[in-house]
Ligand binder design. Structure first.
Ligand SMILES: Cc1cn([C@H]2C[C@H](O)[C@@H](COP(=O)(O)OP(=O)(O)O[C@H]3O[C@H](C)C(=O)[C@H](O)[C@H]3O)O2)c(=O)[nH]c1=O
Length: 186
């Protein structure tokens, strides 16, 4: 397993070992012990899986407010997505900075996104699926979204035309949201 730092501290790119042979391949998609060896000791308690039918579907930017904030371990198991994590921890040296990585069925890469970050992705293929582990249960009451095209973030989604949920079409700007993350207090 290879774990690489990104431009934002604590957002990590994980490349699990994949063992190929004449039948195909095998990989451990999650191993707590191996993550612990890289300083990742998050206890995940829920697995999520979403499928987006059409290229250009954008889900995000989402997060759950404290005390139900979620750390996420995201991977793409069908097609390809551009996965984005945005630092929304007030006082953070990388506040409003974002990291974007291509997670694909082929590269099998994973993105580790700590609490205090908004998460979103845009699909780069038709029929894209992501599966991700979270360390806190879903809470509708604490579920929040901010606009994917918030100019104060200027995220490059690589595509102009996007398909959004009704909820995401109505998301507020970060400045207008009640995101309650304070750097160092999570
Ligand atoms: C997230 C979630 C949703 N739901 C229900 C709530 C809705 O009835 C339905 C679809 O939810 P939503 O439209 O919020 O799904 P996404 O747009 O894929 O949201 C997710 O997308 C971004 C990329 C994320 O990182 C979050 O996990 C999450 O916000 O599933 C559940 O029952 N449990 C859950 O954990």
């Amino acid at each position: 397993m290879k774990v690489t730092k990104t431009d934002i501290e604590d957002v990590l790119l994980i490349e699990p070992d994949c063992y190929g042979d004449h039948r195909g391949w095998f990989m451990e998609t999650y191993n707590a012990d191996k993550l612990n060896a890289h300083g990742i000791n998050t206890v995940f308690i829920q697995d999520n899986h979403s499928m987006s039918a059409v290229k250009g579907t954008l889900r995000g930017l989402h997060f759950q407010n404290n005390p139900m904030a979620q750390t996420k371990l995201v991977r793409c198991t069908k097609g390809a997505v551009l996965d984005v994590a945005v630092d929304i921890r007030k006082g953070s040296p990388t506040y409003k900075k974002w990291v974007a990585v291509e997670l694909t069925e082929e590269n099998k890469h994973q993105l580790f996104i700590p609490k205090g970050f908004a998460h979103g992705f845009v699909t780069l293929t038709d029929h894209a699926e992501i599966q991700y582990k979270v360390d806190q249960f879903y809470s509708k009451e604490h579920d929040r979204s901010i606009r994917f095209d918030d100019e104060s973030l200027s995220i490059d989604w690589l595509t102009e035309e996007v398909i959004l949920s009704e909820k995401d079409q109505k998301s507020p700007l970060l400045i207008d949201s009640d995101a309650n993350f304070i750097y160092g207090e999570i």
